[in-house]
Design a protein around this ligand. Structure first.
Ligand SMILES: *[C@@H]1O[C@H](CO)[C@@H](O)[C@H](O)[C@H]1NC(C)=O
Length: 323
């Protein structure tokens, strides 16, 4: 394309999921409900872990922070996407589009590192139970959270550095629900081959390395439990199956989209829903609803707010070492 007659693209058009009116209405209702449940579920987790003294442990500290990232992840693009289901012209301004690209990489990168931190925490708890309190000190926990945000930030800024100057002049139609790199770089009017390689390497290294760290820690946990007690095995196994499901639903789409960035498949936009919408709702389900302490405390908090006069002190009997 000739650069000299570049008319600057000031907005993009998002194609969305479907052009059928009925389906759009269905998606609107479906994703609205999903979003509200995600936001409230994660908010309840944050309130629970910060307000209850019995839950002041590294595991819940990290869980609270995961919920915070989940709320961010669910909120940077989804409300606009939901509103778009009802509108004819799904336009998005150039700057909002660039902002969405940065947010998706900031939160996804942060979430990946946080998931590794949580797996590391469980690894220490199970493999080095006597030194757990020393290793997972308050300082370590804060450092882990800071690291996850730092990695997300460095990751997103490094992508920004080679996409911020892309010239756009031709088509401005993004075949997706929100702006992300593979679809948007496709629209740039220059040969984006090198940039696509850089994107694939950058996102690929981050997702593949965190993915292998997660899988390794699950294997270490499983092996340790296997050799130490047969009773805990069933619990550990069901926990790990739940975690591995999330990991596959989260990392699978990320790796699929970014390892083949040169060809964008129609399925990509459906896969993008997995890491922006389904993961933030799965985390509270998996980390919380399977955990007795967490459920008891939540019940206490909800009861407290519903019937302020009758706070029944629920004893927290069992300390779980698994979520
Ligand atoms: C998340 O991490 C920050 C900083 O490390 C900490 O101050 C905060 O209490 C954590 N949030 C929750 C909900 O645990």
């Amino acid at each position: 394309m000739d650069k000299s007659n570049c008319s600057v693209v000031s907005e993009f058009v998002l194609l969305g999921l479907s052009s059928s009116q009925e389906l759009q209405l269905f998606f609107f209702v479906f994703f609205s409900v999903l979003y509200v449940v995600t936001a409230l579920g994660n908010l309840l987790i944050i309130i629970t872990v910060t307000s209850d003294n019995s839950l002041h442990s590294p595991m819940y500290f990290l869980l609270g922070n995961l919920s915070f990232v989940d709320i961010c992840q669910a909120s940077f693009a989804t409300p606009k996407m939901i509103a778009d289901f009802l509108s004819e012209h799904k336009t998005i301004s150039f700057s909002t589009c660039i902002a969405q690209i940065n947010f998706v990489h900031l939160f996804t990168g942060g979430e990946m590192v946080l998931l590794v931190s949580m797996a590391y925490d469980r690894c220490v708890a199970i493999c080095k139970p006597l030194r757990y309190v020393v290793i997972m000190s308050q300082r370590t926990c804060t450092a882990l959270v800071m690291t996850s945000w730092a990695v997300g930030l460095v990751h997103t800024l490094s992508q920004l550095s080679f996409t911020v100057n892309l010239p756009f002049c031709g088509s401005n139609v993004v075949d997706s629900l929100f702006c992300d790199l593979p679809q948007v770089t496709k629209l740039a009017c220059l040969d984006s081959y090198i940039i696509e390689i850089l994107i694939a390497v950058n996102s690929g290294i981050l997702s593949l390395s965190t993915f292998s760290l997660l899988v390794s820690s699950y294997i270490i946990i499983l092996v340790t439990v296997w050799f130490n007690s047969s009773v805990a095995m069933a619990k550990a196994f069901s926990t790990l199956v739940a975690h591995i499901t999330v990991v596959i639903l989260f990392f699978g789409p990320c790796i699929f989209i970014y390892v083949w960035p040169f060809t964008t498949y129609p399925i990509d936009k459906v896969l993008a829903i997995f890491y922006t919408i389904f993961t933030p709702i799965l985390n509270p389900i998996i980390y919380t609803l399977r955990n007795r302490d967490m459920k008891a405390t939540m019940r206490k908090i909800v009861t407290h707010y519903m019937r302020p006069k009758k706070i029944s002190e629920m004893p927290l009997v069992v300390r779980n070492s698994f979520y």
